[in-house]
Design a binder for this molecule. Structure first.
Ligand SMILES: [Zn+2]
Ligand SMILES: [Zn+2]
Length: 371
């Protein structure tokens, strides 16, 4: 476990500032603090367990990343509660990881130690199947995911295939970057999937971490955005960000919608959102998990060429496109910092809807004060 070949620090980080020198190998400890999903079940039953684990060793093509911050995504909650079955026992969740490369595995040359990187949900694809070959690697049947198939960022360190890590700028606080890596990227793909015409009318159902970032992309592109959510505080945030209207989740928007995105994991809202679409409108369901959809009425919900679509993960091209966009037009990111040792409380608060925006675990408690 001590074989961590180092390569010389080198390439400039994208933010323009020189990367910090990598710590020497001796600075990498043998063990780290981490959270694992020990007993998937209701969040109140304590499915997460705090443990000590060996610091992982990067394999061929992988790098070892020291975690600065890790966003808390609703998918982590689905994994903790068992809505998504575990792919392996006692896995460390977390797939909105901002960190720094501290060691490289054999044949890893793209990211030198010292590089600041983001580790997101999509961890690997086969590169050879028909989906990968047609540019839809998000549909690869052999894809693997951070925090589900492999240990994620609720830990001091994690490994990632370097081809699936995103270079990140140096001059943005980790807390503000972390939510972009899933909430931002998946929301961006959902926006692509709902085919919003230029200057179109977009409905957003549910207004948490992903939705508030997606709304900003749509607004920047000239869309009229209507937010529909049961949370009064979220409606207030929506208006502050520039939404044309903000109503309750089952309210009808003030005008028919060209497109809608369902962020709330609530199947009952599918017919509600379909009924709000104009002729030819598209509803994209952004979540990885949705409660059952009630029966649809063909005339009220689908006829007039309305379309219902799912959104499955993202491609690396989506990730790069979104992070470039966010770099050019930095979004307002509403974050709620939690100390790393409060991951269980962060998930509990997410389940209970106790905060607006995105929760982020900060490895270094002082990190978010460095802005
Ligand atoms: Zn594939
Ligand atoms: Zn996520």
């Amino acid at each position: 476990m001590n074989e961590r070949p180092a390569t010389p620090a080198g390439p400039e980080a994208r933010g323009g500032r020189a990367p910090r020198p990598a710590p020497s190998r001796s600075a990498i400890p043998d063990e780290m603090d981490a959270w694992v999903v020990a007993r998937p079940g209701p969040i109140g039953s304590g499915p997460l367990e705090r443990v000590r684990l060996p610091v992982p060793v990067p394999g061929p093509g992988e790098v070892l990343v020291e975690v600065e911050a890790c966003g808390v995504c609703r998918t982590d909650l689905h994994l903790a509660e068992g809505d998504l079955s575990p792919r392996r026992p006692r896995t460390v969740p977390g797939h909105e990881v901002v960190g720094r490369v501290v060691a490289s595995g054999p044949a890893s040359e793209r990211l030198a130690p010292g590089s600041r990187v983001g580790v997101a949900w999509l961890r690997s694809t086969c590169g050879r199947c028909r989906h990968c070959l047609r540019g839809a690697e998000n549909l690869c049947p052999f894809s693997t995911y951070t925090g589900w198939d492999a240990d994620g960022g609720y830990a001091g360190y994690l490994t990632v295939p370097e081809d699936y890590a995103y270079p990140l700028p140096e001059d943005v606080p980790a807390e503000k970057l972390a939510p972009l890596l899933c909430a931002g990227i998946i929301g961006y793909r959902a926006l692509l999937r709902c085919d919003l015409p230029p200057g179109g009318r977009l409905g957003i159902y549910g207004f948490g971490g992903s939705a508030h970032l997606t709304a900003q992309v749509a607004l920047a592109q000239g869309a009229t955005v209507h937010v529909l959510t049961r949370s009064a505080r979220a409606r207030e945030l929506a208006r502050t960000l520039g939404a044309a209207s903000a109503g309750g989740d089952t309210d009808a928007p003030p005008e028919p919608l060209d497109a809608a995105i369902l962020f709330a994991p609530v199947g009952e809202l599918v017919p509600v959102a379909l009924a709000a679409l104009d002729r030819g409108g598209v509803l994209a369901v952004a979540g990885i998990h949705l409660s059952d959809i009630p029966p649809l009425n063909y005339q009220r919900h689908l006829f007039q060429e309305r379309t219902l679509r799912s959104v499955t993960a993202n491609t690396r091209a989506d990730g790069r496109a979104y992070l470039d966009l966010a770099s050019a037009h930095p979004p307002r990111v509403t974050t709620v910092p939690y100390p790393f040792d409060s991951a269980d409380r962060a998930l509990d608060d997410l389940a209970a809807g106790r905060f607006e925006g995105a929760a982020v675990l900060i490895e270094d408690a002082n990190a978010h004060e460095r802005t």
